[in-house]
Ligand binder design. Structure first.
Ligand SMILES: Cc1cc2nc3c(=O)[nH]c(=O)nc-3n(C[C@H](O)[C@H](O)[C@H](O)COP(=O)(O)OP(=O)(O)OC[C@H]3O[C@@H](n4cnc5c(N)ncnc54)[C@H](O)[C@@H]3O)c2cc1C
Length: 475
């Protein structure tokens, strides 16, 4: 079995793998990586949900709202719509719930970010998965509260964490700035020699994608919502009213058409109709073999090294923002349910050094599996939400830049409120699709280049724009 140091050595040589221990983990280099076989697909998708069987429930003729896509955002949105009283609502999922990006997420939820609105969105997600759903359904969502630890390896970073701690106090979020010695007491396997300190947030944790989406849809169904799987949306009918305004009229599927004045696109690029300014790129983590003494440790985020270490039982998942992420050029839509790519080690290797530096035992720890999947990224690293200006009744809830689990609850609630009241409850301007002029949403080259740039860790950008610096300086 490969260990992390071995992978780093081979990848940095930029050669075909020469060491026996690493051969199985390498793809064909810097070009396109290939889709890989996923046992999950065989066990879960093919056995319990063979293709071609058609929708899991009959389609009604009409609905007040149709949500397209059964990932984190679709499930959160249908749940919040139902809770706010919109019970004639349908969720249509092309394959099975979670089969897009959500099923393989790392599921990390950090409560503190340098934005008051985002802190509120995250707090709501946490309340939903750690408290509300369990009370409403009697089911556990799979939420694990093992805490979160932000690493400061310079004074500026520690100052930033102190400000985060202050912001957290306003919202009642417990957090502590720890010295290196206190950090070592908390996380004995950590190298603290190069640390200025850490920020410890004991009530951070990890969401389980299947558990979260199942309980969300159970709760929504109990309130009257209809959740239909195996039902790809093939088109949106739009009509122009007497005032010349284009409005959503119906959702089209192979099994029939549902009349509706309101569609929510939680399916990303796949959904037919309006221009959705996002790109899909590969995003990855690796799961290690068992590590003695890692049990119950908090999740770790080292912003300067652009790496995270997520507790996975008695092992760790190691990931981060790639410095040269690979585009998913051929978004193969309906063929890709529960799909993954082969990991490109040349792209991933930057995380390994940072991970080994932080938790040195990783150097000798084997890699059990790699998880490299598609994720949506946008030009300014913020999601796309709200009503599309070109079609009334067409709402977006996509482009979550690798934060769609932790932002899902807060954003699902805001989307539901937006649909019902015509505006969100919070100041959601930085997520509102209308922040982009339509000249930009139709400019594929601009979308592609800026989305790629905005996904990079700040240190690897050439001439980063001031706007990007502000919101991605650390997160
Ligand atoms: C490796 C990795 C690690 C990550 N780690 C984290 C993390 O730690 N924390 C975090 O918050 N986020 C993380 N993310 C990001 C997070 O997982 C995503 O942002 C989130 O899952 C996106 O959810 P979604 O509902 O927007 O999209 P998806 O989960 O992709 O859902 C879209 C759904 O729409 C369906 N669909 C598509 N087309 C149609 C159609 N025509 N008709 C009907 N249905 C359709 C698809 O089948 C799919 O189920 C990670 C992502 C990756 C790849």
């Amino acid at each position: 079995m490969a260990n992390l140091r071995c992978a780093l050595r081979i990848a940095s040589s930029f050669q075909a793998p020469s060491s026996k221990c690493c051969v199985q983990f390498f793809s064909s280099g810097a070009g396109q990586t290939t889709e890989k076989n996923v046992p999950y697909e065989k066990t879960l998708k093919e056995e319990s949900s063979p293709r071609g069987q058609g929708p899991t429930k009959p389609l009604p003729a009409s609905a007040d709202v149709v949500v397209v896509g059964g990932g984190s955002l679709g499930c959160q949105t249908v749940y919040h719509l139902a809770k706010m009283g919109v019970t004639n609502v349908i969720l249509l999922e092309r394959d099975r719930l979670t089969s897009g990006t959500t099923w393989h997420t790392a599921g990390l939820l950090w409560q503190l970010r340098p934005s008051d609105v985002e802190v509120e969105l995250l707090a709501h997600t946490r309340n939903v998965v750690s408290r509300d759903l369990e009370q409403e359904t009697g089911l556990h969502t799979g939420w694990i509260q093992n805490g979160g630890l932000f690493i400061a390896s310079n004074k500026q970073r520690l100052d930033e964490y102190k400000r985060l701690m202050s912001l957290g106090k306003v919202y009642g979020i417990e957090s502590y700035v720890l010295s290196p010695a206190e950090t070592k007491d908390l996380y004995p396997l950590m190298n603290v020699d190069d640390l200025y300190g850490t920020l410890y947030v004991p009530k951070d944790g990890t969401m389980d994608p299947a558990g979260t989406c199942t309980t969300l849809t159970r709760a929504a169904s109990a309130l009257g919502a209809l959740v239909i799987e195996n039902c790809p949306v093939t088109g949106i009918e739009v009509k122009t009213d007497d005032l010349g305004v284009r409005r959503v009229a119906a959702v089209v599927t192979n099994a029939g058409t549902i009349e509706t004045p309101c569609v929510v696109n939680c399916a990303g690029k796949h959904c037919a109709g309006v221009n959705v300014p996002l790109v899909a790129m590969h995003h990855a983590y690796v799961v290690t073999e068992r590590i003695e003494g890692i049990q119950n440790m908090p999740n770790v985020r080292d912003h300067d090294a652009s790496v995270y270490l997520r507790l996975q039982g008695d092992a760790l998942s190691v990931g981060g923002y790639e410095s040269n992420p690979i585009f998913w050029e051929e978004v193969s839509g309906d063929k890709f349910a529960f799909g993954l790519f082969d990991l490109d080690w040349d792209v991933f290797m930057q995380h390994i050094e940072g991970a080994i530096n932080r938790v040195p035992v990783l150097e000798k720890t084997g890699i059990k599996s790699t998880v490299c999947g598609p994720e949506s990224f946008t030009a300014d690293h913020k999601p796309l939400m709200g009503e599309a200006p070109e079609v009334r009744g067409f709402f977006l809830g996509c482009g979550f830049n690798s934060a769609g689990m932790m932002l899902g609850g807060g954003c699902g609630k805001e989307l539901a409120y937006w649909i019902i009241h015509g505006r969100p409850e919070k100041d959601m301007y930085s997520y509102d699709i209308r922040r982009f002029h339509h000249n930009l949403t139709g400019n594929n080259r601009w979308i592609r280049e800026r989305s790629h740039e905005s996904a990079l860790p700040p240190s690897t950008r050439i001439n980063p724009s001031p706007h990007l610096c502000i919101h991605r300086e650390s997160f």
